[in-house]
Design a binder for this molecule. Sequence first.
Ligand SMILES: [Zn+2]
Length: 473
Amino acid sequence: MFLRGKVNLLAALLLLALPIFALPAGAAAAALSGRVVVIDPGHGGNDPGGVNPELGLHEKYVNLAVARRLQRMLMDAGAMALLTHNDTETAELSAGGLKLPYFSLRRRAALANAAAADAFISIHTNCFPNPRRRGAEVFYHPGSAKGALLAAAIREQLAGIAGGEGCTCRAASYYVLNQTAMPAVLVELGYLTCASEAARLLDTAYQERLARAIFLGISRYFQAEAAPALANGGLRPRHKAQLAIVIDDFAGATKNGTRAFFALGKPLTFAVMPNFPDSASIAQRAVRQGYQVLVHLPMEPFRGKASHLGPGTIYVHLSDAEIEQRVHRAIASVPGAVGINNHMGSRATSDARVMRAVLRAVKAHGMFFLDSRTTDRSVACDVAAELGVPCGKRDYFLDNVNNIGYIKEQLREAARLAQKRGSAVAIGHVGTTGANTARAIREMIPELEAQGIEFVYLSNIIFQQQRSMTGER
Ligand SMILES: [Zn+2]
């Protein structure tokens, strides 16, 4: 519960912070697009890390809260951002009660190496006998010139935080720095043993600023790395057309194509049906592997088989209070989700009262809505605008026909729209058509990328639209 609250608060904060923190002219986004960054929240699971016994503080919670904020920022900038763990994800009930998992350092480094990450960021919080010791520190492996550059870029940003206590940067031999094959740094955010710093480390606004500083440091590092190529001309990246592919209907049963979609390795978005026994595990696996996750909320259609809906469906006869509660419950069952889209729902999405109740709950979690557009009469985005909830619309369904040639043609259509308009949203499905859809996407990736199409998370497109609507760049 602790985590969920933090994550939702984070989403809400991000929305509030958008006007202040809009990326500088897309430069950071361009430098991060397609990069793989592995974020390692220090300690976690059965290892609390440093403890301030007087204040009852455990380091692992601060590390994870900042790591999740950083992950979201990187993903919104088009990077693949993976966490080495989610703290309680594999907690299991044993005879002695809830048994927390152990995340070995070996596993953390192996994950980054297997992902061929471009950077590795381990996040920690310090403890020290002297309560006056304070400030952030950044460490890198003594033998890594690139690690030193990455550390320096992050240090510079952390030192710039007003009210911060400065920041030092030095070489040190830590296991995760020695055993990772990419530029790697270990960031100590501050000292839990210094009471005033501990209070700040628990403040979500300060956590956000720490994450933002690390984010900017990483993006400056990648910008500097790309700069020589830019100076030589020719390699200047042109403005790319962005395509978000959302795959609907994960969870509920063994679905065709699940493994093939998980193997695609591009920034895709997976919509997971709520309230099934495997909803949480699929969502967590997707987040861990760098996919964005939505709650795929079943909503009442005008026509259609009841058996195709799922547990917790939003029916139009339900009261506002019941609808809101069902949305809260659905969100709770899909950990790591950042938005919601509708499964079926032609009747429910064309009912303004129903959508108002749904979107009130969406707003309470700081999430966005994707209208799957199962009817032309949908009022979802109109109501969302009224409530101030970011909302996007599906442009293409990829697999209305279960034929690989057809699906590829739909992908080309979606790409053409993205070229013309700057971005497009396409929806495909795991299940009946899953194997063909996954194969069509895999085979089309080189062709579309050669045309300058950039695959992005859905949130990239929705927040960009939101920014241009509110006059931000
Ligand atoms: Zn669906």
